[in-house]
Design a protein. Structure first.
Length: 433
């Protein structure tokens, strides 16, 4: 495989196969949560295999401005928790960079603080909606001010919080986490009900670190105030990063990859389920439990996939993987379609529009809906110039497309992969060279 880089553009050539063993960086979602909970805990914590993603560094940067001592050495973060009362008023804005996870989840902690804070982000983050965070936190007693249209910057005046029973109108693990983190400070039981199950890393980690958590159907109950204990924590490999390699290995004939130590939390494995149901040769081995999180190795071989419609109820669990699944859909027998993914309109880019536009650039037949896409199957892709819109998941999805396209594919703003997977192109090169 050959790469050509000029500024932030990258050229990708088609490959004959992918082969080898890959170990992925620490899970981005879990890294955010472990850092926030370690800061809330009493006593020291060590977080091993902390994600190298820029988004996760944004979380550490914000915590340091709030008086939390974070020391990073390689992929290990050592932190001295400040408990519930040790937070310090920031002397300047808290910059979340491109990280919606940082901004939304940290808001839950800031809502309980006896000071004002202001969260800002880059141009992309400043276009992402925050009303869904503000509404429950206001109900709990905080004052939250947004810009016109419900956009960042987010200004929070914390208060003594009251517990609530909150039914989320839209499934969102970040909103759920913000409410639960606010509930850590509130006297009594905070309950969050979600319309569809989302990733449950927050509940698992809260319970592991000493909080009293109850679950009934899709309702999570937390007893506050919750005193958390510092821990030695190990972050599993990021399955959202692994998804691009799973798709690539399935598409490129003669491929066989083993993805090592991948987090296999059941709320994150919808992609594995879907591709297996469609005929993908995917096998999970060496399963073990690590601090409440399931991990294992995933063996993937090139396969003929049937394709079809992704059930609407599966979409929340696939929200990060849908761009690369759309690419994969072009190589299935019957194509791929999905609805219920309007959330993709307000990610780092309008991912539905970006995927549709770039598939058309590659010569693919695609239909765009307000909440989804339909791509035809058994299509031949032709190399083209791809507009990634500075979105890391669009860049990685179309890097995968470039592996099977006829002729070179050139990605704009390929440096955006640093947001979640800085080693993406290096890792891809290792298994295709």
């Amino acid at each position: 495989m050959s790469f050509f880089s000029q500024a932030s553009a990258k050229k990708i050539e088609p490959v004959k196969r992918l082969q080898g063993r890959v170990r992925f960086p620490g899970d981005k979602s879990i890294s955010h949560r472990y850092a926030l909970l370690a800061a809330l805990a009493e006593g020291p914590s060590e977080i091993h295999f902390y994600s190298a993603a820029e988004d996760c560094q944004s979380t550490l940067n914000c915590l340091e401005r709030l008086g939390v001592n974070c020391r990073r050495q390689g992929n290990t973060v050592s932190m001295e928790g400040v408990g519930l009362e040790g937070w310090r008023a920031p002397t300047r804005d808290l910059d979340a960079g491109n990280s919606g996870s940082t901004l939304r989840m940290l808001s839950g902690i800031l809502a309980a603080q006896p000071f004002r804070s202001r969260l800002v982000g880059d141009a992309s983050l400043s276009r992402r909606p925050m009303k869904r965070i503000a509404e429950p936190l206001i109900r709990m007693g905080a004052k939250v001010h947004l810009q016109p249209g419900g956009l960042p910057p987010v200004e929070i005046e914390g208060a003594k919080l009251s517990p609530i029973q909150y039914e989320m109108p839209v499934a969102s693990a970040q909103v759920k986490t913000a409410v639960l983190l606010a509930g850590v400070f509130a006297e009594g039981a905070t309950e969050v009900s979600e319309p569809a199950q989302t990733r449950d890393h927050t509940e698992i980690a809260l319970e592991w670190m000493g909080a009293t958590i109850g679950r009934h159907g899709r309702t999570i109950r937390l007893e506050g105030p919750a005193r958390l204990r510092g821990q030695k924590l190990y972050v599993p490999g990021d399955i959202s990063s692994a998804a691009f390699f799973i798709a690539a290995a399935l598409m490129v004939p003669g491929s066989e990859l083993v993805l090592e130590n991948v987090g296999l939390n059941p709320t994150r494995t919808a992609m594995l389920q879907w591709v297996t149901d469609m005929g993908g040769r995917v096998k999970v081995v060496n399963l073990e439990m690590l601090q409440g999180e399931l991990i294992g190795d995933v063996r993937v071989e090139s396969s003929t996939l049937q394709g079809g419609e992704i059930p609407r109820e599966m979409v929340p669990g696939l929200i990060d993987e849908l761009p690369v699944l759309a690419v994969l859909g072009t190589q299935t027998e019957s194509g791929l379609s999905f609805h219920g993914a309007e959330e993709l309109r307000v990610k780092e880019s309008d991912r539905l529009a970006a995927v549709a536009e770039n598939l058309r650039r590659l010569g693919a037949e695609v239909e765009e809906f307000p909440d989804g896409l339909r791509v035809a199957g058994r299509q031949t892709l032709r190399g083209a110039s791809i507009n990634t819109y500075g979105d890391h998941r669009i860049a990685m999805a179309f890097a995968v497309a470039g592996l099977i396209a006829e002729g070179p594919t050139v990605l704009s703003e390929s440096d955006s992969v640093k947001i979640s997977f800085p080693q993406f192109f290096e890792t891809l090169h290792q298994v295709t060279s």
